[in-house]
Every structure is written in C-alpha cells, then in structure tokens.
Design a protein around this ligand. Structure first.
Ligand code: SF4
Length: 293
C-alpha cells in the first residue's frame, strides 16, 4: 500500500478507503445497489464482505459448498459463523442440490479432468444462476492483485485473446441474464488483505484447497513474487497498465453476444452451455460405469 509503517487503526482506515475509492473510481456500484458477494471462507472474500458491510453497502453473501471433504466443511463453517456474528444475510448452495453427482471430486473422477478445470466452470455457472434467480444486479468477488497479476501472466503467455478481453475490474453484462461482475480488490495485494483480515479479527480458512497443489496459477504467483522482490511495484504496474493501455484493445474485439443454453436457459456461446455439457458428460459416464445386472 505504502512504504510506511501504520498502526492498526490507520491501516484499517487506509485499507477501507482504498477499497471504497476503487469502487467509486471504476463505477462498480453505489450504496443503493444490493450486492451479492461470493464468499469462499478464505481471507480475501471475507475481508471484502467485511469492508463492504462496514462501508454501508447492502450486501448478501453467497457460499458454494463444493464437496471437497474437510476443506469444504471448514469453509462453510467459517463463512456461516462470519455471517451469523455480523447479522449479514447469506445464501449457501450445495453443489449436490444444483445437479446430481456434481461435487468437484465426483466430476474430476468421472471426467478425468483436473478438479480446478471443472471447478471454475461450475462456480461461474452457479454464481451467475444464483445472482439471476435472486434478482441481484451486481456480483462481487474477492480476487486480489496477486490473483489478477497471475491470471494476466497466464493469459499473456498463451495469448488468450478472449480471456484478455474479459479481464476487467468491472465486467458489464453482455446478456440480460448476466449481472455486472466486479472485483473491488483488484489492486489490493494478498499481503494487504491478509493483514486486514488478521487485524479485523476475521476467522478465515487458512488451509489451501487440496486440489491447488501443483496448480499453474501458483507457479505464476511464485514467479511474480520473485520479480516483485527485485522490482517492487511490478505486479501493481503490470495489472494497472494492462487495464489502462492494452485491455481496451482486447475488449473492442468482443462483439458476439451469447445466446441461451438449450438446457438451462442461461447465456451460452454454444447450443448447450459448458455447465450443462459437463453435467451431461458426468451423468453419461456414471451410467456407463454402473455394473450391468
Ligand atoms: Fe476449485 Fe481448484 Fe480452487 Fe480447489 S483449488 S477451490 S478445486 S479452483
């Protein structure tokens, strides 16, 4: 944040002002909006929800229970305890209730995919569908500067034009069933959010998801941390200058709006959306794996 030492009170104040400025400067939402906040139970999403509630924004949390053993159980417990202690409304969706056999370990086992590949798709669908179902117009996530820099590095290394076109702190809906998606912490480092969560007494899940071992995203983060150690400010300027200089060029290439999925009706670029295709694949493979009488 600054190359200066702060007392607890000043740090919390500066952090909250920084997040509020990011929301205002990027026209993310106002105090008249009711914001759905995706909360995993980790430090970033709980810190974000805490700041927004303290700043007087109307918020509801949304927790997706992913079915990843103890990790998911702990994440849900911490999120529910956080909401209860502060009297904040929380929606919890269990993937088992969204579609049969769609927990992350089951999907990975049936499809032979890495768990994270399926997880991203499932989470995106559930967040979009829940926001629509409950009539929210804004969905906020706790992605921080380190997440954004690692994602940008991955997108640039593979020249993922479509992904670069969508990498924005505010993603306006391109379909009536989508809501505005915002990332108020996109210029706030992981260290800052961890410090804020700690100093605010937030009890969050410290363990990483067991599926994150060996994830490419962690390799990118490690490389960026090395650069940051040699050249402080690298992550910040990488993300900020991308948004200022290059992102508008990629965003201008997004001109085909999605249609409606033939199965669930949510926005889709194909006849059937990637979530429904995944569910169909899991169910077909599960039927094939059943012993015949
Ligand atoms: Fe999902 Fe992978 Fe993150 Fe675990 S590490 S929550 S499986 S995306």
């Amino acid at each position: 944040m600054h190359n200066t030492a702060f007392c607890r009170v000043c740090f919390l104040l500066l952090f909250e002002r920084k997040v509020d400025r990011s929301i205002a400067k990027n026209h993310m939402f106002s105090r008249s909006d009711h914001v759905l906040v995706a909360v995993s139970g980790g430090k970033d999403s709980l810190a974000l929800w805490h700041v927004l509630a303290r700043q007087g924004y109307q918020t509801t949390g949304l927790h997706l229970s992913l079915g990843i053993g103890d990790y998911s159980a702990q994440s849900r417990d911490k999120t529910e305890a956080f909401a209860l202690a502060r009297g904040l409304p929380l929606i919890v969706r269990d993937l088992q209730e969204v579609a049969e056999d769609i927990s992350i370990p089951r999907v990975a086992a049936f499809t032979n995919r890495r768990p994270c590949a399926a997880c991203g798709k499932i989470k995106r669908h559930c967040l979009d569908a829940t926001a629509l179902e409950h009539g929210f117009t804004v969905l906020a996530t706790g992605h921080n500067l380190d997440d954004e820099a690692a994602r940008l590095l991955g997108n640039v290394l593979h020249w993922q034009q479509d992904h670069l076109a969508k990498q924005q702190p505010v993603l306006q809906p391109v379909h009536p069933k989508f809501v505005t998606k915002v990332r108020p912490l996109y210029l706030t480092s992981e260290f800052e959010t961890a410090t804020y969560a700690f100093l605010s007494g937030i009890d969050y899940v410290i363990d990483e998801c067991p599926n994150s071992v060996g994830a490419t995203q962690l390799l990118y983060k490690a490389m960026l941390n090395r650069l940051e150690a040699e050249m402080p400010g690298t992550k910040h300027s990488f993300v900020r200058d991308f948004q200022r200089v290059a992102q508008p060029v990629f965003a201008a290439t997004r001109n085909t709006p999605p249609g409606d999925c033939a199965v669930c009706g949510m926005p889709s670029y194909g006849t059937v959306c990637s979530f429904c295709s995944l569910v169909a694949e899991v169910h077909a493979k599960r039927e094939r794996a059943r012993p015949t009488a």
